[in-house]
Design a protein around this ligand. Structure first.
Ligand SMILES: [Zn+2]
Length: 294
């Protein structure tokens, strides 16, 4: 992943657009052919693919396993954004890098901000992990696709309605599975604070996160406080993530006497065979949580 400051990315963008003789201010939306939808993350692309099925093509700007909070766009991303007819973002502060990149790409493609209209708590952008909020995302995606490609309206409506039904069923499945966890065990220590909305929806408690600020090392004081809190609440499990080094998680588990270390998937789909899309990711995560907190 490229680690360069944003002004350099902007320079690249202008240089690339000039070098490739891309017409400034014209996205592919004006061109003939299918609608090209570009989603910022693999999770949004997963939901958008279901809405677009049989009509538009969808790709994810970020690769599988990349962390959206700390992503640095590559030059190729600017070219892809330039060719998109519709851009889908999470919003709520997740993709701070996206707006400067889109300016570099000279795109005027419409943007769907999926979290628009939802209430953001503690500046936390992970609203998609609440499947009830994901239904709101799907509606926003559907309406964005219909506006960008009115001729496909019937397909987008039918696809979105089918996906909405699957999300309603997912919510019910999660609720039923989590009800088997003894109430005193419903405390989680997570790697980064992605689980606020999921936990609020389903009555779990986030006792703390190892990483306070995405991409920065936690302080020794913060880790010490977390260990004290975990001991006091007899926390059953601590959750690592595939994108991050598990050494720190294992060290906290040992110090706090936490018996279970398990892996959760939250910012990216596709990092394991059982988390290939949004719904399978949340089913997998729910089964992991249920098992770890018994
Ligand atoms: Zn995250």
């Amino acid at each position: 992943m490229l680690k360069l400051p944003r002004p350099v990315t902007l320079f690249w963008g202008a240089a690339l657009v000039a070098a490739l003789a891309l017409p400034a201010g014209e996205g592919a939306s004006a061109a003939a052919g299918p609608l090209h939808v570009l989603a910022s993350t693999t999770l949004l692309a997963s939901l958008a693919s279901d809405v677009a099925r049989g009509r538009a093509d969808v790709s994810s700007l970020m690769p599988v396993g990349a962390s959206p909070e700390t992503y640095q766009p590559a030059p190729a991303d600017i070219v892809r954004a330039h060719g998109a007819g519709l851009i889908i973002e999470n919003g709520a502060g997740l993709e701070a890098w996206l707006a400067p990149m889109l300016r570099s790409a000279s795109t005027h493609a419409p943007i769907v901000n999926c979290s628009d209209g939802l209430t953001v708590t503690e500046a936390n952008p992970h609203l998609w992990l609440d499947p009830e909020y994901a239904r709101h995302y799907v509606t926003a995606m559907r309406d964005g696709m219909i506006a960008a490609d009115p001729a496909g309206a019937a397909i987008y409506r039918a696809n979105a309605a089918a996906l909405d039904g699957r999300l309603v069923a997912l919510t019910a499945r999660i609720r039923k599975a989590l009800a088997t966890i003894p109430p005193a065990n419903r405390n989680m220590i997570v790697f980064h604070n992605a689980w606020l909305y999921y936990n609020r929806r389903f009555g779990l408690r986030t006792l703390g996160a190892i990483e306070e600020v995405p991409g920065s090392e936690p302080s020794a004081e913060h880790i010490a406080r977390l260990i004290d809190a975990a001991r006091a609440a007899h926390v059953r499990a601590i959750f690592a993530e595939p994108e991050y080094n598990a050494n720190l998680v294992n060290a906290v588990a040992r110090s706090a006497g936490i018996p279970n270390v398990a892996m959760l998937y939250d910012d990216s789909v596709g990092t394991s065979p059982q988390t290939r899309d949004y719904i399978s990711m949340l089913d997998t995560d729910t089964a992991t949580i249920v098992h770890a907190l018994q």
